[in-house]
Write a protein that binds this ligand. Sequence first.
Ligand SMILES: NC(=O)c1ccc[n+]([C@@H]2O[C@H](COP(=O)([O-])OP(=O)(O)OC[C@H]3O[C@@H](n4cnc5c(N)ncnc54)[C@H](OP(=O)(O)O)[C@@H]3O)[C@@H](O)[C@H]2O)c1
Length: 298
Amino acid sequence: MRIFVTGASGLLGSKITELATEAGHKVISGYATRTPDYGDIIRLDIRDEKSILKRIAESKPDTIIHCAALTNVDDCESNKDLAKKINTDGTKGVAKAAKNAGAYLVYISTDYVFDGLKGLYREGDKEAPINFYGHSKLLGEKAVISLNNEFLIIRPSIIYGARSASGKTNFALWILKSLEKMVTINILTDQYVSPTLNTNLAKILLEACEKKLDGIYHMAGNFRISRYNFAIRLAEIFGLDKTLIKKVKMSDMNWIAKRPRDSSLNVSKANMVLKTKLMNLNDSIGVLKEEIKLAARN
Ligand SMILES: NC(=O)c1ccc[n+]([C@@H]2O[C@H](COP(=O)([O-])OP(=O)(O)OC[C@H]3O[C@@H](n4cnc5c(N)ncnc54)[C@H](OP(=O)(O)O)[C@@H]3O)[C@@H](O)[C@H]2O)c1
């Protein structure tokens, strides 16, 4: 495949470009401010539609994986105009460019399109975002559906991985680093998610691209867990002191944006059709542990 990845410096994009390069695909890596490690690198602000259309036409990809987004939920709430420009209008631009290039488009959406009242959401469940991040990403989904014939929309839930990316840590890495330094951390007991290892998601995505899977698929960890219990399991598997993990509730948080209480996802649709499987809790943390060990050796 000849794959154009937007957001190639991000937590998911960096893993996709790494695995796609290793698998022998031609990779073109788009980024905004931080240079990606893999692929032919192209600086591309997705707020600039003209340049998206031009750069993607020049790159002639057969596949586009669109990961770029404003992912900070509170930033989206306090700067709605920026969130709209990046997450909605930027996605519209990428969708148009994919259509013009005749490329298969994969759009990475989010579990935050749901209101969190039900949990274990399936692909057919009604979307009802409760914050601007979710709203702006859902409008991105609608743009893809209306503009593209060959597309795949993926909804992960909180993504984590062995390395920081795009200038920031991630949920699992932050927990591990804090516990290693013996720092006490407050973790929510009443917010439920399906934590997604970036390596597992990147692998399954590449298989989905090869098969040109179409429609909407939930691709996340194959389990529902509170953030607190996830932190406890991480501590147990890594042999760290779990008494440093303190319980807090969503009502204790000083967030700008509301969060869904339970945005966990049912991933059985993807697990039924793909060879690569979305992993359970212990297996995914086991892979994370191996990856962190390997990274420390290099
Ligand atoms: N992280 C999660 O927990 C989570 C959960 C569900 C869904 N998702 C979705 O999954 C996708 C990947 O998330 P992630 O965590 O990998 O993201 P991330 O680490 O926050 O990275 C965001 C990426 O978007 C790029 N970007 C931001 N603004 C841009 C702009 N104006 N023009 C071009 N590129 C721009 C960044 O580039 P620079 O680094 O160069 O600035 C970076 O490569 C996103 O679409 C997100 O909505 C994420």
